[in-house]
Design a protein around this ligand. Structure first.
Ligand code: AMP
Ligand code: ZN
Length: 475
C-alpha cells in the first residue's frame, strides 16, 4: 500500500500505515446541530468521504465515527431563545443533516455518538486529568493546565517557548483564535441544577466543554490511540490542539497518528460560515433546481482538498454538464458492450486506453487524494472513447474495459452510476416526436428537424445536439 496523505501533525505527506494491520480507525468531527449544515460544512464531509472511500478501495477496513455535537454554547442560547428543550431543538437539524448526507451520497459513518449520550465518559476523563494534576477547579468549573503539557502546540506548530502559559489566565469559551496567548481551557463548565443543559458530577453541576466531548467520544469508540482524525482547517486550533493535550495528558499515549484537515469553501472571497450569514444550504440549491450530485461533483473535484474553493452557482451548471457527459459515456459503453462485435486483429484501442486511465487515476489519488488530476484522466478517456466509438474503431472489449474503469473511479466519485441510473421517462407522444426528429436529422431534413425541436420545446422538452449524440431534458 502506497497511499500518501498530507498529515498536519508532521507537516508533510506521509505513507498511511495502519496501526493495526488492515484496519483504520477514523474519527471525523461532526456537525454542531444549531442550524442546517451549509455547503462549506458539506465540502469537509465530502473530503472525508473521499478519504474513507479511497482507504477502502486500497483494501483497508475502515471504522468511521462521526460525533454529533448536540450541546454547546450556541445550541443552549438558541434553544433557550426558542423556549424549547435541547433534544426538541436539535432534532430537526440532526434529521436535515442525515438527509443532506444521503442526497450527496456520502457513506454513512459506522456510528454517530451524540455528546449528550456520553456525559459519563466525559466526567471520567475530567476526573483522570484532575487526579494526575493536569486539571484544576476554579469557581465550579474545571480547566486544563496547559503548563503541565509541554507538547502543547505540536499540531499547529506553535512555538510555545515565548508564550505566557497559564499566567495569562483561563478561557471559558469553546471557540477562540488567539494563538499568541495560550490559555488554560475549560473542560467542565459550571452550571446549576435545573439549567437547560446541566449534569451532576463529582465537581458539581455543569456541562462538558466542546473539546472534551470529542476526546471522550473518540477514545470510547476507537481506543486511546487510533489512526486518523479529521475536521475542517478551522478545527486545528484550538479544538484539535486541545483534544491532543487532554487525551495524551490523561493516557500518556499518542492520541492520533495522522491528522487530516480539508480547506474551506469560500463565498464572495470570504469563508462560508453560519456566523457570517453568507451561507448556502443544499436544500436551497435543490429548490433552485440544482442536482445534489452536481453539488457533490463540484465540491469534490473543483479544487484539491487542501486548496480553498470559491463557490459560484455558475460552477454548478458546469459541474452538471460534466456529470451528464460522464453519465452519457457510461450508458454509451454499456450499450456498446452489448451491441458491438470484437475488433478484429489485435488489442482493442479503447481497452488499452481504459487500462492506462485506471492506472493514472489510482496514482493521482494515491498522491494525497489528487482528485482534480484523477478526474482529468477520466475525461481524457471519455474523449478518446467517444472518438474511437464514433469511428467504429472500438469493440465490445474496449467498451467493457472503459466501463470497468468508470466503475472503479466511481467507487470514489460516487456520482456517475447514480446519475446514469436516473432514467427520465418520456410519454409516448414525446418519444414519437423525438424519434421523428432523429429520423429527420438522419435524412438531413433540417427544416423538419428544427420544426420538431420547437414542437418538443413547446411541450417542455429541450433537445440538444452534442458531439456525444442527441440529449434531452425537461424544462
Ligand atoms: P460545525 O458544524 O460548525 O462544527 O462545522 C462542521 C465541520 O465543517 C467542521 O469540520 C468545520 O471545520 C467545517 N467547516 C466549517 N465551515 C466551513 C467552510 N466554510 N468550508 C469547509 N468546511 C467548513
Ligand atoms: Zn471535534
Amino acid at each position: 500500500m502506497t497511499f500518501r496523505l498530507f498529515d498536519t501533525l508532521s507537516g508533510a505527506v506521509e505513507v498511511v500505515e495502519p496501526l493495526n494491520p488492515g484496519r483504520i480507525g477514523m474519527y471525523t468531527c461532526g456537525p454542531t446541530v444549531h442550524d442546517q449544515a451549509h455547503i462549506g460544512n458539506l465540502r469537509t464531509y465530502l473530503a472525508e468521504d473521499l478519504l474513507r472511500r479511497h482507504l477502502e478501495a486500497r483494501g483497508l477496513q475502515v471504522t468511521q465515527i462521526m460525533n454529533i455535537t448536540d450541546v454547546d454554547d450556541k445550541i443552549i442560547a438558541k434553544a433557550s431563545a426558542a423556549g424549547s428543550g435541547l433534544a426538541e431543538f436539535t432534532a430537526p437539524f440532526v434529521e436535515a443533516f442525515f438527509r443532506d448526507l444521503e442526497r450527496l451520497n456520502i457513506q454513512p459513518a459506522h456510528f454517530y455518538p451524540r455528546a449528550t449520550g456520553y456525559i459519563g465518559p466525559m466526567i471520567e476523563l475530567v476526573q483522570r486529568l484532575l487526579d494526575s494534576g493536569h486539571a484544576y477547579q476554579s469557581d465550579g468549573s474545571v480547566y486544563f493546565r496547559i503548563s503541565s503539557f509541554p507538547d502543547y502546540g505540536r499540531l499547529t506548530h506553535l512555538d510555545t517557548a515565548g508564550l505566557k502559559t497559564g499566567a495569562s489566565g483561563r478561557i471559558d469559551s469553546d471557540e477562540y483564535e488567539a494563538k499568541e496567548t495560550v490559555r488554560d481551557f475549560v473542560l467542565w463548565k459550571a452550571g446549576r441544577r435545573g439549567d437547560l443543559a446541566a449534569w451532576d458530577s463529582p465537581f458539581g453541576w455543569g456541562r462538558p466543554g466542546w473539546h472534551l466531548e470529542c476526546s471522550a467520544m473518540a477514545m470510547d469508540q476507537l481506543g486511546e490511540s487510533f489512526d486518523l482524525h479529521c475536521g475542517g482547517v478551522d478545527n486545528k486550533f484550538p479544538h484539535h490542539e486541545n483534544e491532543i493535550a487532554q487525551s495524551e495528558a490523561a493516557t500518556g499515549r499518542t492520541f492520533v497518528k495522522h491528522w487530516f484537515h480539508p480547506e474551506h469553501l469560500l463565498i464572495a472571497g470570504g469563508k462560508m460560515a453560519k456566523s457570517q450569514g453568507n451561507f448556502v444550504t443544499l436544500s436551497a440549491l435543490m429548490e433552485r433546481g440544482h442536482d445534489p450530485l452536481a453539488v457533490r461533483f463540484l465540491l469534490l473535484t473543483g479544487a484539491h482538498y487542501r486548496h480553498k474553493l470559491q463557490f459560484k452557482e455558475s460552477l454548478l451548471e458546469e459541474a452538471a454538464k460534466d456529470l451528464e457527459r460522464l453519465a452519457s459515456f457510461w450508458k454509451r459503453c454499456a450499450q456498446a458492450e452489448a451491441d458491438l462485435p470484437t475488433v478484429p486483429g489485435g488489442p482493442d484501442p479503447l481497452a488499452v486506453a481504459s487500462a492506462r486511465a485506471a492506472e493514472l487515476f489510482e496514482e493521482a489519488l494515491d498522491d494525497d487524494l489528487n482528485l482534480p488530476d484523477a478526474i482529468g484522466t477520466i475525461f481524457e478517456l471519455l474523449r478518446e472513447g467517444n472518438r474511437l466509438l464514433d469511428k467504429g474503431l472500438a469493440g465490445r472489449e474496449g467498451a467493457a474495459s472503459a466501463l470497468t474503469t468508470l466503475r472503479q473511479a466511481d467507487t470514489r466519485l460516487g456520482v456517475i452510476e447514480r446519475r446514469a441510473a436516473v432514467e427520465e421517462v418520456l410519454t409516448s407522444i414525446e418519444a414519437a416526436l423525438l424519434k421523428q426528429r432523429e429520423q429527420a436529422r438522419r435524412d438531413r431534413d433540417y427544416a423538419a428537424s428544427d420544426r420538431l425541436r420547437d414542437e418538443l420545446l413547446g411541450i417542455g422538452i429541450q433537445v440538444e445536439d452534442t458531439k456525444d449524440g442527441t440529449r434531452w431534458h425537461r424544462v
